[in-house]
Write a protein that binds this ligand. Structure first.
Ligand code: B3K
Ligand code: ZN
Length: 874
């Protein structure tokens, strides 16, 4: 079936705005159902034309329009626009609107939840607050005055500096804020509520004192210290690495429980999902601590990459997001283990971005057309975008990249620019030709680099040939050769890297692939070397080279690149799993021996490089394995993955027990050494539950009852879930009792239930959804249940009777009218039907068609569902 879609906006249709705004004055009279907003803007006509002023506006009630002090009525207003027929070149327009924050469950615009007012304007939410030129290339200075009841909303916050405040006789008070920086409307923010406040300060490198303020739910103050410490680290890091200082006198962060995504970088007033702010040892895991530091860093780094220099239009989103993800990745790497961080980055690409490329949603990091912008905050724009920035870093070197960044800010500070402007700055600062490199911005898809080699024993000449090819994607049939920085080295029989300065690629340990085929030759060798390929994942590509098992083992042991060692371990596991999935009755024993041998050797790394050891001892996820095959055989692949785990668990059981017992950690602290130990300990436990059940059960119980921290409690629960021990249900009951008051911990509990492998999962899910603590209004909760199920409960979601797909579709139809943005995220696994068997494809498409039939379908879902249903393979 085919579905027609609303009209898409195209990147090529960009036009400058007809009018500019120099100043915005806003007055908010906050009321839960009837908030009055009075917006007064100074407009000027942009260029020679006589077109009327057309403002964006959605879900708001227009009260009055005053043009240059005259009340007017000759305007046109419809559900999306307000058109003012004026011929003036400079004028003042005052628009009064009324909005209903309580009814706003989309969590976009101004909304009221959990007793507080909060805004979210990116990408196009400001138009739900007032009529405006709601586009990122209209920059203005804002004055904002907020009126509200003082007792209920003692804190009234907006961007910039507080410049005035007062008290009314009726119990209300008001605060006036002024943001001295020009900004686009998507960076506007307002928060009003009763919070606990944690304060600190940061002295910038030029000696300015910045007040840091963290606003959290009443009683949660103790959980804010890690976020504040992370913020200070991020501020110092940006000064050291990029020479970038914070520019206002105050930096505020507010944590809220109801938020569509992680956080938002509003100028001077970040709003965060409390998941990425609140942490203490008892309730947050090491991963939570890590993520808080990363997201706090990410939003802080946006102050320069996004706020000071912003996007000309939303097609350029990767200009700020790809670059800021790259910056937060570098920050996290500097704060902990670089290789472990790099592995995490790559896992996201392999699990999710490659899957997006293979689906109907495939798009370049700079999309060409968009129906609903919120659908393009994707792993492609963010994470592949970061990989593209990283490739420039690789090609230009750290110094060249820094020069490029300096030039970018010198040229474009205070402006709204394009991805091309960024690349041009990088090129101009270094003289390095990036013309072909720009294709990464316009071409979608996962390039495949096929490597082959030949060795002539008589001459000692070894030739390595690289071919690149990008398969067609749903959005783009023909592809061109890309500029790919491909890092590699050659290992001799002893595992030593071969050096030959007469071969430039070998000297640089990198070949720049720019054509369909390249080759590199080395002479004077007495044996065929082992190529160790794609060091540090130098490009977001798939590599195809016919390694022997011995070669992979040799890379695992000897490669000079830690990432490559991990990658070889994953290739070896993948081989075993695919071998078992396709030939369960005749496994390749030599392959399995080779794998167990190599992996057995990795245990020795646990003392010297525990982060790398933990990563190498973990097998690839189902999602990663899925991207390695043309058609996913769900049960075969899943059971093969489990069998290989089981084999590793039982064949190396003594080693797992020793490893478990060796990880002795004192009272909880979030510090690298302890994090590594807890990771190894919990990894060991998850293997141990597959072996001697009694022994594992005792260990697990002891760990669960003695844990002084959430990492170990949850580690025990996950191991119990994994081992399908009866203990699991019992521990979950205890866990719920202890944590039912804490929403963030309860989310973990919901998620553990939703991704549990059990035959009655579809009967249990409705129980979860009717749990008194479940609400479709709460995005974190929805993601915990529906998201965990659809993304990670492989056997449940892909049940061959289609019940998993139907379950998801039923709830998406409900969520559609509550929160379309979250619905459009959670639908992702259903849209990725292309790689499944014909029967499942049909079942998945059937549910998509059911969703498509919904009369009131949001633009968010229409875009995803219609693309997915209209997809045809070549
Ligand atoms: N810029 C925001 C994301 C906004 C998403 C809008 N649907 C958070 C971030 O990337 O930092
Ligand atoms: Zn961002």
């Amino acid at each position: 079936m085919s579905v027609s879609s609303p009209i898409a906006k195209k990147r090529s249709d960009y036009q400058q705005p007809d009018f500019l705004i120099s100043h915005v004055d806003m007055v908010f009279h906050l009321d839960i159902q009837k908030t009055r907003v009075i917006t007064t803007c100074q407009f000027s006509r942009n260029g020679e034309h006589n077109r009327p002023l057309v403002l964006d506006g959605e879900s708001i009630t227009l009260i009055k329009v005053v043009l240059n002090d005259n009340l007017i009525s000759d305007y046109d207003v419809n559900s999306e626009q307000l058109t003012i027929p004026t011929t003036e070149d400079e004028f003042t327009l005052c628009v009064e609107t009324v909005i209903n924050p309580e009814a706003n469950k989309t969590l976009e615009g101004l909304y009221f939840s959990a007793g507080a007012y909060c805004t979210q304007c990116e990408a196009e939410g400001f138009r739900k607050i007032t009529y405006f030129l709601d586009r990122p290339d209209v920059l203005a200075k804002y004055d904002v005055t907020i009126y509200a009841d003082k007792a209920r909303y003692p804190h009234l916050l907006s961007n910039g500096n507080q410049i005035d405040k007062g008290q009314l006789d009726d119990g209300r008070h008001w605060v006036k804020w002024q943001d001295p920086f020009n900004k686009p409307s998507y960076l506007f923010a307002l928060v009003a509520g009763d919070f606990d406040l944690l304060t600190d300060n940061f002295m910038t490198q030029s000696g300015r004192n910045v007040a840091l303020e963290l606003y959290v739910d009443k009683g949660a103050l103790d959980k804010g210290h890690h976020a504040i410490a992370s913020l200070k680290k991020a501020m110092a890091w940006d000064e050291q690495v990029f020479g970038l200082e914070y520019d206002l006198d105050i930096y505020m962060v507010v944590a809220v429980d109801f938020f569509n995504m992680g956080a938002m970088e509003n100028k001077g007033l970040n709003v965060f999902n409390s998941k990425f702010v609140l942490a203490d040892a008892e309730s947050a895991t090491d991963d939570d601590f890590f993520n808080i530091e990363a997201v706090i860093g990410h939003e802080y780094f946006h102050n320069w990459t996004g706020n000071r220099v912003t996007c000309r239009d939303w097609f350029q989103l990767s200009l700020k997001e790809g670059l800021t993800v790259f910056r937060d990745q570098q920050f996290s790497a500097d704060m902990s283990s670089p290789v472990f961080n790099r592995i995490k980055n790559v896992q996201i690409i392999r699990e999710h971005q490659f899957a997006e490329d293979a689906s109907a949603m495939a798009h370049p990091i700079r999309p060409e057309e968009v129906i609903e912008m919120n659908n393009f905050y994707t792993v492609t724009v963010y994470d592949k975008g970061a990989e593209v920035i990283r490739m420039m870093h690789t090609l230009l070197g750290a110094d060249g990249f820094r020069k490029g960044m300096d030039l970018y800010f010198a040229r474009f500070d205070g402006q709204a620019v394009t991805c091309d402007d960024f690349v041009q700055a990088m090129q101009d600062a270094t003289g390095i030709d990036l013309s072909q490199f720009r294709l990464w911005y316009s071409q979608s898809g996962t390039p495949k680099v096929t490597v082959s080699d030949e060795f002539d024993l008589s001459t000692g000449r070894y030739t390595l040939t690289f071919g690149q090819m990008t398969p067609p994607t749903a959005d783009q049939k023909t592809k061109q050769a890309l500029h790919i920085p491909f890092r590699f080295e050659l290992l001799d029989e002893q595992g030593v890297a071969i050096s030959d300065d007469s071969v430039p690629e070998l000297k640089a340990k990198m070949i720049e692939l720019t054509q369909d085929v390249h080759s590199v030759s080395v002479s004077g060798l007495n044996a065929k070397p082992t190529p160790s390929l794609l060091h540090n994942f130098s490009a977001p590509v798939k590599v195809d080279y016919a390694y022997t098992h011995q070669q992979l083992s040799s890379i695992i042991l000897y490669s000079g690149d830690e990432f490559a060692r991990w990658d070889a371990s994953q290739s070896l596991y993948s081989r075993c799993i695919h071998n078992l999935a396709t030939a369960p009755d005749s496994p390749d024993n030599a392959l399995f021996d080779s794998m167990l041998d190599s992996i057995g050797g990795v245990f020795a790394l646990a003392d010297t490089n525990p982060a790398l050891a933990a990563a190498m001892l973990s097998i690839p996820s189902f999602e990663t394995l899925s991207q390695q095959v043309d058609e996913i055989q769900v049960e075969a692949l899943y059971h093969a993955q489990r069998s290989v785990r089981h084999l590793i668990a039982t064949a190396l059981s003594d080693k797992w027990l020793t490893l478990y017992n060796n990880q002795v950690v004192g009272a909880y602290q979030y510090k690298a050494d302890d994090v590594d130990k807890r990771r190894l300990r919990n990894l060991s436990l998850s293997y141990l539950v597959q072996g001697d059940a009694t022994q594992a059960s005792e260990l697990l119980h002891a760990q669960f009852s003695q844990a002084d921290n959430m990492t170990d409690s949850l580690g025990a629960l996950k191991a119990a879930q994994y081992g399908k021990l009866e203990q699991f249900d019992q521990l979950m009951v205890q866990f719920e009792e202890r944590w039912r008051h804490d929403p963030l911990v309860l989310d973990k509990w919901f998620a553990l239930h939703a991704n549990m492998e059990r035959s009655d999962i579809l009967a249990r899910l409705p129980l979860l959804l009717s749990h008194e603590k479940f609400s479709l209004d709460n995005p974190n909760r929805v993601r915990s249940v529906l998201g965990s199920f659809a993304f990670y409960n492989v056997l449940g979601f892909h049940a061959i009777d289609g019940s998993g797909y139907k379950f998801l579709a039923d709830y998406l139809l409900k969520l559609n009218s509550v929160n379309p943005q979250v619905a459009a995220r959670v639908i992702t696994p259903l849209t990725q039907w292309q790689k499944f068997d014909p029967k499942r494809q049909e079942l998945m498409r059937y549910q998509l068609a059911r969703i498509a039939d919904c009369k009131e379908l949001s633009k968010d879902l229409i875009e995803k569902v219609s693309k997915s249903l209209n997809y045809t393979a070549d």
